[in-house]
Design a protein around this ligand. Structure first.
Ligand SMILES: NC(=O)c1ccc[n+]([C@@H]2O[C@H](COP(=O)([O-])OP(=O)(O)OC[C@H]3O[C@@H](n4cnc5c(N)ncnc54)[C@H](O)[C@@H]3O)[C@@H](O)[C@H]2O)c1
Length: 302
């Protein structure tokens, strides 16, 4: 299976399937298609499927004319019928993984889409989970569903791995194409082949790690680091406001340290920046806003 897939990657004979055409899935599907791989996206929302098939873009990080051209050239299409899985060699799962009302990870979209994939999975396919999740998901949740639903054996009949998505919507420098990727799969061969598939598409480095759990945990580290630092800067912004000090100049000055410090400028998801909090004249209100927005940030694993 390893050599067969490596040869198909080299000859661009892999057909790619992307499950979930949102902020993560659509840019990924476009990059795979731009690299010359026939790509089919799946979404349960018929409106998104229709828009893609008509060449209409709805994600900010995707260039309208790229999507239109790829659809016209037949390299990119979308469907809402899971039957397409039997025609693909590489599957990326990019469905939502929010927290539920008890603040527990809600993996129902991952579970449901994996069960649908399993029904149609054929031999010699690579399956990669890209959705943010807790360590253990790929091996303990996704793998058994795929094996039981398909009757195939992971590592022998298909490869399975995890590669965390790092898309940063609105980032003008780092896009799907040039952001380094981490790949951890079940078995060395699987890791090598899945990493080759990403290397055939992306400009960014592809770092291979020894297991899906390492890749899952490193994504948690990235997100935790980001959330803690956003919280820290927001707290400092309020303090600076009370003291009549510019938080921007403070961050600017701290950024001159060449090691051990990384600047964090604004709270992106909550659509509120330290600057707008600084303008708030009532610190208590600002504090409530921060907690609300940080709570929001911490809830969906981003
Ligand atoms: N958006 C980001 O900035 C970002 C960054 C890094 C990681 N992530 C992670 O990537 C994953 C996807 O996030 P997103 O922002 O692209 O979400 P999104 O909501 O923009 O898109 C998800 C898509 O999946 C579809 N979908 C939902 N359930 C489905 C199912 N069972 N089968 C098929 N399609 C289904 C939805 O209709 C939607 O179009 C999440 O785990 C998220 O935490 C997101």
């Amino acid at each position: 299976m390893k050599q067969l897939l490596l040869d198909k990657i080299a000859k661009k004979e892999i057909t790619v399937g992307v499950i979930g055409l949102g902020y993560v899935g659509l840019p990924l599907a476009v990059e795979k298609a731009k690299a010359g791989f026939k790509t089919i996206g799946f979404d349960e929302q018929p409106a998104k499927v229709e828009m893609v098939n008509q060449g209409h873009n709805y994600i900010g990080d995707v260039v309208d004319k790229d999507l239109k051209r790829l659809v016209e050239e037949g390299l990119l299409s979308a469907t809402s019928d899971f039957g397409f899985i039997q025609n693909v060699d590489f599957i990326a799962i990019c469905v939502p993984t929010p927290l539920d009302v008890h603040q527990e990870p809600d993996l129902s979209c991952v579970r449901d889409s994996t069960a649908e994939i399993a029904k149609h999975l054929k031999k010699n396919t690579m399956v990669v989970l890209e959705s943010t999740t807790y360590p253990g998901t790929t091996e303990e949740l996704v793998c058994p569903i795929l094996e039981q639903g398909s009757g195939l054996v992971c590592g022998k009949d298909f490869y399975l791995g995890f590669s965390p998505e790092r898309v940063d919507p609105g980032n003008l420098i780092y896009k799907t194409k040039n952001t380094p990727k981490v790949v951890g799969a079940i078995g060395k061969d699987a890791t090598e082949v899945i990493a080759s598939m990403y290397r055939a598409v992306l400009e960014g480095d592809v770092k291979e790690v020894s297991s899906p759990a390492i890749a899952e945990m490193e994504k948690i580290l990235e997100n935790t680091y980001r959330n803690i630092n956003i919280g820290l800067i927001n707290e400092l912004a309020m303090l600076c406001n009370e003291m009549g000090i510019s938080i921007w100049e403070v961050i600017d000055a701290a950024s001159t340290k060449p090691y051990g410090f990384q600047p964090f400028y604004q709270l992106k998801i909550g659509r509120i920046s330290p600057a707008s909090m600084v303008r708030t004249s009532r610190p208590i209100m600002a504090r409530e806003m921060i907690f609300t927005h940080l709570g929001f940030i911490c809830r969906p694993p981003h």
